[in-house]
Design a protein around this ligand. Structure first.
Ligand SMILES: [Zn+2]
Length: 522
């Protein structure tokens, strides 16, 4: 079996255009009005200049037309054959191969959709693309198809005969009820993309091939002259030796579909494709740090460093102590390198101007928007919010912000996340000294609107240093768990607080807490 070398395709992609998939998609969008994909097989000829490839392709099309006219098998050589009732599935962007597989899996009664086909390919979703042939074949093997050889070499000098033989094998499989996914040129234009289609039949009367077209709605049982197929099928990366890709869907031992919840790799890949189209410019790095996608315009190594050392660290530690559920949707963390980038790009991307110089979480845009030049503290603070949203949806603002702001200055103690005193202390001390701090009954009873809009500075710091106090007394995790469990009966958390503190007289507690707080140092 001939297998092309592994990593050359990527190199070629990067050399030619930074976002190859976008480029192809835009091209197809403008001419056809719908989204398709590009799927190419790696080959060393990719190191050629693009112009040479195009010239060769054009030349080869002319040549193959001539050859096909001379030596192709007569239509009567092949009987009509049709695999009936194969449902058609419209592909997601760049998932043409995956969608083709889903179509036949549906016919076989398997609940394995295009996303799961992608997931089974073991392809890094951070690449932000669908499967190429190699990965699609791997996925189909993992799902339980016997895909056979997949790649074939065609000697250009004997192209008509060899392509005829390829079609004969394809036809023979159809007769056995086995459709094939083939990788072919989308159409005859010189700048066309490569595309997977599912071949499901042949009509001897008209000499047409029947196929499912994943790129369009209602693309089932489309027709194409066999001659046209033979022109578009071979991939002409080399002048003398063409490549044919065919994946027959011979079911061996098919697996059952997975019923995993939450975003999968396929969702991340699709999300990254969409993100790349929205990036304000190409200096942005895009990284997956589950359950987040991190996008930053600092140096690539700095963005990576923050993704691991701040975001992963915070997520791991917060999950260890508090959160069992990831957010239900993918959340973006935008790390803008400075004030200028933060303000301009927030406006450009979200149509709003930040009201804080540091950064914020917006549930509506499923995004954390950060001016990262102000430090990583706010980032950890904001990471808490989407986790509270998915784990403790009834959490009132005072505790949501108290816990989040506790960790805006944090480190690790005995393997656990630990909040330290910070800049909010000074203002709180001043408020205590001027007797401006409300009772805990009042604080915990604040509505979201009151918490954020009435004497906001004291609310945040009072909530933070209550959490700090609970942490120092070893009661914070216990309070979180009990409050969450009993929030229906005690929506403000006040009764739970009294119970955890073992206090009836909360005025006396407030005095103690104030004295404790006044002694704290930053
Ligand atoms: Zn917050």
């Amino acid at each position: 079996m001939w297998l092309p070398p592994g990593d050359i395709f990527d190199k070629r992609q990067h050399k030619q255009t930074p976002w190859p998939i976008n480029g192809c998609r835009r091209m197809i969008l403008s001419s056809h009005g719908f989204v398709i994909t590009c799927v190419v097989q790696p080959n060393e000829e990719f190191t050629m200049q693009r112009q040479h490839v195009l010239v060769l392709t054009a030349f080869a099309v002319v040549l193959s037309t001539a050859l096909a006219a001379q030596g192709a098998a007569h239509p009567s050589d092949f009987q009509s054959v049709l695999i009936k009732d194969v449902p058609h599935v419209r592909q997601k962007p760049d998932f043409c191969g995956e969608a083709c597989a889903e179509m036949f899996l549906r016919k076989l009664g398997r609940k394995i959709d295009q996303d799961e086909v992608f997931n089974r390919a073991e392809l890094d979703p951070q690449l932000g693309r669908g499967c190429y042939t190699r990965e699609l074949a791997r996925s189909l093997k993992n799902i339980g198809f016997n895909v056979g050889q997949v790649w074939y070499k065609i000697d250009r000098a004997a192209a008509a005969t060899e392509m005829g033989a390829q079609f004969r094998r394809l036809h023979e499989d159809l007769r056995q009820g086995v459709p094939s996914i083939i990788c072919m040129h989308y159409d005859a234009r010189p700048d066309t993309t490569e595309h997977f289609r599912l071949i499901v039949g042949y009509d001897a009367k008209t000499d047409e091939v029947l196929y499912h077209e994943p790129a369009v709605e209602n693309g089932g049982y489309r027709r194409m002259l066999r001659e046209e197929l033979l022109k578009l099928w071979p991939l002409k990366y080399r002048a003398k030796e063409w490549t044919v890709v065919r994946i027959p869907l011979k079911a061996a031992r098919l697996i059952r579909g997975s019923d995993a919840h939450g975003p999968s790799d396929a969702d991340y890949a699709q999300h990254i494709m969409r993100l790349k189209e929205r990036l304000p410019h190409e200096d942005f790095q895009v990284l997956i740090q589950k359950p987040f996608v991190v996008i930053g315009d600092e140096r690539p190594q700095t963005v990576r460093y923050r993704a691991v050392r701040t975001i992963k660290w915070a997520v791991d530690h917060l999950k260890k102590d508090y959160f069992s559920r990831d957010p239900d949707e993918i959340i973006d963390i935008w790390l803008f390198k400075d004030k200028e980038s933060y303000e301009t790009n927030t406006e450009k991307l979200f149509g709003e101007s930040p009201t804080t110089p540091f950064g914020y979480y917006t549930s509506r845009h499923r995004a954390l928007i950060m001016n990262i030049s102000t430090g990583g503290g706010t980032l950890v603070h904001e990471i808490v919010h989407p986790f509270i949203e998915s784990n403790f949806p009834d959490c009132p603002s005072w505790f949501n912000e108290g816990l989040a702001s506790l960790y805006e200055q944090c480190g690790e103690e005995e393997g656990r996340i630990h909040g330290y005193t910070n800049w909010r202390l000074a203002g709180l001390k001043e408020a205590i000294e001027h007797d401006r701090v409300p009772s805990f009954k009042t604080l915990t009873a604040t509505t979201t609107n009151e918490f954020y809009h009435e004497d906001r500075g004291t609310n945040y710091s009072q909530a933070r240093y209550l959490c700090y106090y609970l942490q120092q007394k070893g009661l914070l995790r216990k309070f979180y768990r009990q409050f969450r469990a009993s929030v229906k009966e005690d929506p403000t958390g006040y009764e739970t607080l009294k119970r955890i503190l073992k206090r009836k007289d909360m005025d006396a507690f407030k005095k103690e807490w104030q004295a404790y707080t006044l002694k704290l140092r930053t």
